[in-house]
Design a protein around this ligand. Structure first.
Ligand code: 5AD
Ligand code: SF4
Length: 459
């Protein structure tokens, strides 16, 4: 008979692909497995359990997972040859999208678990140990997942906190609405409880996560008011938690930027002046084909309004070049929009055809070399803007939250309110604290500065 009781001294290796939501989910899976005696391994070779927490956003994502599984198969057989075991689980969006196909193509997989079923991992592991064949759990039931996950263990002064999952927007290039399901918001009480617990463990900064984080809506906490709350109200409420000094959120959709959230940028100091608000393209024709539900003008006016509320706001975005039917003129409109906004940072991608999405079946697909050219031009412009934004900070005094030690002796690294890395010479005892730094220079990927002296800080 197989002993399915949790054993001490087991190890799990988790490989995380893709976005911050997955980083968060991996952390939570690790937290869930800890009470079962699993510690984290740095490599898959000697792990009792390997979890691939997959992402499906770009082309060939599933193929990459299958080729990783091919390599794992060898490790698993080697381990079994030595009389040990290695269970393999595929989690995340590829698990959701591929389902049973995974165990059919890769019989080496013991468990397939969708993004909404992580809380059932212990049960799945026990079933796999009983040898009941492959275990598949890809049902959508987000609220249940959140409720059942183990209490968070904070690591360091910053943490992610998922408050929303899924997407109802159906951009025609994107798989998320199919893999992560419909928009679901977590309720206020659960979010506040998690934020409080993180703050009590020394977390100073929380980043609220969701595929469409600003679509978050919930009934307010008991006795507060009758109206449903949006993200702005939530941020203000979380800002009252003692010890919590900074709040961020990502990723937002232009259609869900409501007045309450814009007002929070003006009035809530703990809400950091950084906004990731993807626009994807600058041509109205392409925005329409993408089913974005907004025009370039709408986006520009929106940014104007948010900047009026918070003039120093750093704007970040996502862009796709070479969406089907994008002409050179359409692409020029993307460049013009970027010029008009002035981004502090951005992510840009070549359009990749995702089977099952409307974009994949559209005529007038753009040639790969054309996409390469456009991406290079766009990235050159975005990089110039990023450097300009960073250089403009020279001479400013910024509060920096110190997170880790640097590579140089005596150096520590933190984040500015604008999410820039800031390198400073300072004692390690400053880690986890916020202190004022005079910015003196820039490197390609960071700012460099000096802590204010006591007199300067007092002045
Ligand atoms: N091709 C290229 N980029 C994509 N993204 C999502 N789907 C695709 C695709 N099919 C990009 C979008 C999105 C980011 C997370 O990934 O810019 O905002
Ligand atoms: Fe994908 Fe669009 Fe939803 Fe973002 S808003 S997750 S790009 S469908």
């Amino acid at each position: 008979m197989t002993d399915i009781r949790p054993k001490q001294g087991k190890s799990v290796f988790i490989r995380t692909y893709g976005c911050q939501m997955n980083v968060y989910d991996s952390e939570r899976m690790a937290g869930l497995l800890k009470p079962l005696g699993y510690s984290l391994a740095d490599a898959p070779d000697a792990a009792d359990l390997v979890i691939l927490n997959t992402c499906h956003i770009r082309e060939k994502a599933a193929e990459k997972v299958y080729s990783d599984l091919g390599r794992l198969k060898k490790l698993k057989f080697a381990r079994e040859g030595a009389g040990a075991e290695m269970k393999i689980a595929v989690a995340g969006c590829v698990a959701q999208a591929e389902g049973e196909e995974i165990t059919r193509r890769a019989p080496v997989v013991d468990m397939v678990v969708g993004p909404q079923a992580y809380h059932r991992l212990p049960e799945l592991i026990a079933r796999a140990a009983r040898g009941k064949g492959d275990v598949l759990d890809t049902d959508f039931a987000v609220e249940e997942k959140f409720d059942r996950l183990a209490e968070r263990q904070a690591e360091g002064p910053t943490a992610f906190l998922t408050i929303q999952e899924g997407c109802d927007k159906f951009c025609t290039f994107c798989v998320v609405p199919y893999t992560r399901g419909q928009e679901v918001s977590r309720n206020v009480d659960a979010i506040v409880a998690e934020a409080r617990s993180l703050a009590s463990q020394g977390v100073r900064e929380i980043t609220l996560l969701g595929q469409n984080v600003n679509a978050w809506r919930s009934a307010p906490p008991a006795g507060v008011s009758e109206e449903a709350w949006g993200l702005g109200e939530l941020c203000r409420h979380l800002a009252r938690i003692d010890g919590l000094e900074r709040i961020r959120f990502t990723t937002s959709h232009p259609r869900d930027m409501d007045d309450g959230l814009i007002a929070a940028f003006a009035e809530e100091e703990k809400l950091m002046p950084y906004l990731h608000l993807p626009v994807q393209a600058g041509s109205d024709k392409i925005l329409k084909a993408m089913n974005r539900g907004h025009t370039a003008e709408h986006y520009l006016r929106l940014i104007e309004r948010i900047r009026a509320a918070r003039p120093d706001l750093a704007i970040s975005g996502d862009f796709i070049v070479g969406f089907p039917s994008e002409t050179n003129e359409d692409f020029e409109e993307t460049l013009a929009l970027v010029e008009a906004i002035g981004y502090a940072s951005a992510y840009s991608f070549k359009y990749s055809r995702r089977p099952g999405t409307p974009g994949a079946a559209m005529p007038k697909q753009v040639a790969e070399d054309e996409k390469d050219d456009r991406l290079a031009r766009l990235q050159a412009l975005l990089e110039r803007q990023r450097q300009a934004f960073n250089s403009a900070r020279i001479g400013e005094i910024l509060p920096v939250l110190f997170e880790k030690t640097g590579r140089m002796d005596g150096q520590i690294i933190g984040r500015s309110p604008y999410l820039q890395s800031v390198h400073v010479s300072a004692p390690q005892s400053m880690l986890g604290q916020i202190a004022k730094v005079k910015i003196e220079g820039v490197t390609p990927n960071a700012l460099a500065g000096a802590l204010l002296t006591r007199d300067e800080a007092a002045a």
